[in-house]
Design a protein around this ligand. Sequence first.
Ligand SMILES: NC(=O)c1ccc[n+]([C@@H]2O[C@H](COP(=O)([O-])OP(=O)(O)OC[C@H]3O[C@@H](n4cnc5c(N)ncnc54)[C@H](OP(=O)(O)O)[C@@H]3O)[C@@H](O)[C@H]2O)c1
Length: 256
Amino acid sequence: MTTFSMTGKHVAITGASSGFGHHFAGVLSAAGAKVTLGARREDKLSQRVAELTDAGHSACAATLDVREPDSIKNFFDQAESTFGPVDVLINNAGVESGAKTYAMIDEEDWDFVMDTNLKSAWRMSKQFTERLQAHKLKSGNIVMVSSITDRRTIKGQFPYAISKAAMTRMTEVMALEASRYGIRVNALAPGYIPTDVSTLVVNSPNVDDFVKGIPMRRFGDFADLDGPILLLASDASSYMTGSVVTVDGGHVCGSL
Ligand SMILES: NC(=O)c1ccc[n+]([C@@H]2O[C@H](COP(=O)([O-])OP(=O)(O)OC[C@H]3O[C@@H](n4cnc5c(N)ncnc54)[C@H](OP(=O)(O)O)[C@@H]3O)[C@@H](O)[C@H]2O)c1
């Protein structure tokens, strides 16, 4: 396990009040990380921090709205005052706008999804980079939580899939530009795993046909992401940057 050890690393996770972020907080702290959890629902964050500290881990929470620059600044301030500079940033916060096509969404839907899923990842990463330089740290690590909708999609995921496609591209461009600061940037691209974000697909009447399109014939579980998130967040991936790690039971290879 030393290859994937997170001992001595301070990890900041956005969207940690539920779903993947909530789960990653447990996986990374069990591997030795100090974790700072961010999201808007303070009660859920406090509950998760209590669970982790009761289990003997080092965790704290700070309210975070990734659409608000002041909230991002406050999040990093609180993270640093508790555990010192952040070493690893996980840009995980994300939303979708319901089963709407491009003809059904309005300006508000577009802005809500693109701002939360895409612009926020740039805002968070820029703030992370500036602070890393201010602390004169020589290395940092950013993990984007993208999706297989970055390259294949279904009807009704209009702004969501576009935000994820752009996020994967952001990963590649940022990897190129961030090397000079000693920062690696990679993305995790999960397939469908039951959470609030995937509920429309997982609970759809056509779910059986949908699952037949996944070569492994099942949705993913949170545990399927444990190895991949540890790989990307730890020094086990020290020669990886600009990579996209797909974890989808083969879904993107499914027959057309
Ligand atoms: N589930 C899947 O099948 C799947 C597949 C591929 C990729 N993903 C991606 O995985 C990531 C996590 O989603 P999930 O599936 O775990 O769904 P989830 O349980 O709904 O988690 C989304 C998280 O994002 C947070 N969030 C939303 N808006 C935010 C904002 N403005 N500021 C800060 N935090 C915000 C939510 O917290 P608050 O509401 O408390 O702010 C919540 O913790 C998303 O980026 C999603 O696109 C999911």
